[in-house]
Write a protein that binds this ligand. Structure first.
Ligand code: OGA
Ligand code: MN
Length: 315
């Protein structure tokens, strides 16, 4: 009897791969009340597909955090990412927090600029615009596999620095604007510190002045699958051994090549949807939406394993 019902539950989880090299849509499971069999199927699909979309979950913050904790320790518990203030007014284009959201519209991987980068991120949709505001993911494992031998050899031993101050400066946000946006969003001016933690005046806006700018290999071997992937995105800059210009060109070329079909998958959000992605393998970005419309997402972030996600120059 027990076996039959376990099977029935297992069969009810429908994991449908997309036509792209990454992503799957998962139905027939309530994340807030998962069985072990369901968790095992979801975890396997996460490693296989890199991005899982769960339509219509309507998780509470506590349930979303519990789901995140299945994957590991949380570095961000449940952070509203919204252009709407508590009083219902919308943030304008020049608002420091909006500058951070605008940054999210370029391909990136979460927390690569922190000493220990992220394992996974979860987003859930609380308010969605009528048009735009999709999220897209790109498969850097498939991108690495599609590179020509020459490029693969060229990048094999290269590393890049990763800085939020760098990437924000590239979109025109000065260091003090980035610090202000972070302070308002996370309650701290230093991207390396935990949300709400006082940074004791240690924040130093401007990536050239950050005490340690994390250095990370361009090719990341996935700690759980053993598969290599490009580890790049907007925070990456200044490859030791290359000039600033050569670094920029190479990193841009890799993103441009990598983020092409069939390696890209996009999700048009409905309220209640939940998505989790593997930051060790995929890049992601938000698509723009009309500034007159509210878009409210809740973000939970799972920390990487210090053994495999710590930057090379952090001890
Ligand atoms: C994020 C992010 C993109 C989006 O939550 O880390 O980049 O579509 N979000 O909001
Ligand atoms: Mn992000």
């Amino acid at each position: 009897m027990a076996e039959v019902s376990a099977h029935a539950r297992e069969a009810a989880v429908a994991i449908e791969a997309t036509d792209a090299t990454l992503g799957a849509v998962v139905r027939g499971v309530r994340l807030a009340a998962m069985t072990d069999d369901e968790w095992n199927a979801i975890h396997a699909a996460f490693l296989d597909r890199g991005v899982l979309v769960f339509p219509g979950q309507f998780l509470t913050d506590a349930e979303q955090m519990d789901f995140g904790r299945r994957f590991g320790e949380l570095m961000i518990e449940s952070q509203p990412f919204s252009n709407e203030r508590a009083d219902g007014s919308l943030r304008g284009r020049e608002d420091p927090v909006m500058q951070l959201f605008r940054g999210n519209e370029s391909w990136h991987t979460d927390s690569s600029f922190q000493p220990v980068s992220a394992k996974a991120s979860i987003l859930s949709a609380r308010k969605v615009p009528a048009t735009g505001g999709e999220t897209e993911w790109a498969d850097m494992r498939a991108a690495y596999e599609a590179l020509d031998d020459g490029t693969r050899e060229r990048i094999a031993s290269l590393c890049a620095h990763h800085s939020l101050y760098y990437s924000q400066q590239r979109i025109g946000a000065a260091g003090d604007v980035t610090a202000k946006g972070l302070a308002e969003l996370h309650g701290t001016a230093r991207p390396g510190s935990a949300a709400g933690e006082d940074d004791g005046g240690a924040s130093m806006p401007g990536y050239r002045q950050e005490q340690v700018v994390p250095l990370r290999p361009l090719v990341k071997v996935h700690p759980e699958t053993g598969r290599p992937a490009l580890y790049i995105g907007r925070h990456a800059h200044d490859i030791p051994g290359l000039s600033e210009e050569e670094s920029r060109l190479l990193l841009e070329e890799l993103v441009e090549f990598g983020c092409q079909p069939p390696r890209v998958y996009g999700h048009h959000w409905q309220v209640g949807d939940v998505v989790i992605w593997d930051n060790r393998r995929v890049l992601h970005r938000a698509r723009p939406w009309p500034p007159s419309e509210a878009r409210a997402m809740h973000h939970t972030r799972v920390a990487g394993d210090p053994a495999t996600e710590t930057a090379l120059n952090v001890h």
